[in-house]
Design a protein around this ligand. Sequence first.
Ligand code: PMP
Length: 307
Amino acid sequence: MAIGTQVWLNGKILPLESAKVSLLTHGLHYGTGVFEGIRTYKQKAGGGAVFRLREHMERMVDSLKILDLKCPYSLDELCRGAIEVTKANRFEECYIRPLGYIADGPLGVYPGENPPVSIAIMNWEWGKYLGDEGVNKGARLMTSSYIRPHVNSVMNKGKITGQYVTGVIAKKEAVRLGFDEAIMLDPDGYVAEGTGENIFIIKRGKVKTTPLTAILGGITRRTVMEHLEKQGSPVHEIRFTRDELWCADEVFMCGTAAEITPIREVDNRVIADGRPGPLTKKLMREYADMVRGTVPEYGREWLTPIR
Ligand code: PMP
């Protein structure tokens, strides 16, 4: 994994090794940070482009709002910063990680009314998040023993750093037990999401995904829904149970890092014949085309050239 040697920190491009953070950073003590995960892709027509950059930055500003923090930069400045640092690192196909956090100053849990907020943007090259085998043959999931916390305990609509602790321990549990990813249930016992992915199931041609209630509103989830709707196949946002997952004809997960990853097994139950299903494979191909700029109707709207 190649890591970009340059970062964008509070409006300036700096070498990674000189972009240091104080031990007194509030975000480090209390998890009061927010982040995004964005991918850029080499375009068929040449050069690189960022997929749905503005939507990611909008969600980052929303995450700050959920933490009652003001973003010190405008949306345009954040988008420009992401492009500048990607150019500085000379990447065409990479991952972009914007990170915002309460910087040093306040030391107690109460951060004060206008705490200092720092924004950093980093890059690295990232392969298939759930592994090449996961993408080619389908990944294996386990229902986690950890649940997505109640909506009044964790603000699921924000990508807030401290909230990822449950995901970290759920992912470790799954990997230790030999699975690729954990699927977490909501406090009522319905399927919620993976530690970094949303989930879809297909049964008798009907596509279902979990309602937004207890999950992060994934931008890839939205992309899949908008795309299927355009093709006349609307997605039903409805709660479903883990046994519906086991008995589905197809299951796939999606996220910026995971893109569209077929699921071949859940809790040691093989999904259908254990191979990626036809709709999943079609969506994987179409997603790969749209992010590389070969679907004209999505090009201008969703792809920001790196220049
Ligand atoms: N759920 C969680 C908990 C995530 O961290 C992510 C990754 N951002 C997703 C879903 C998928 O979101 P997106 O498609 O915007 O990457």
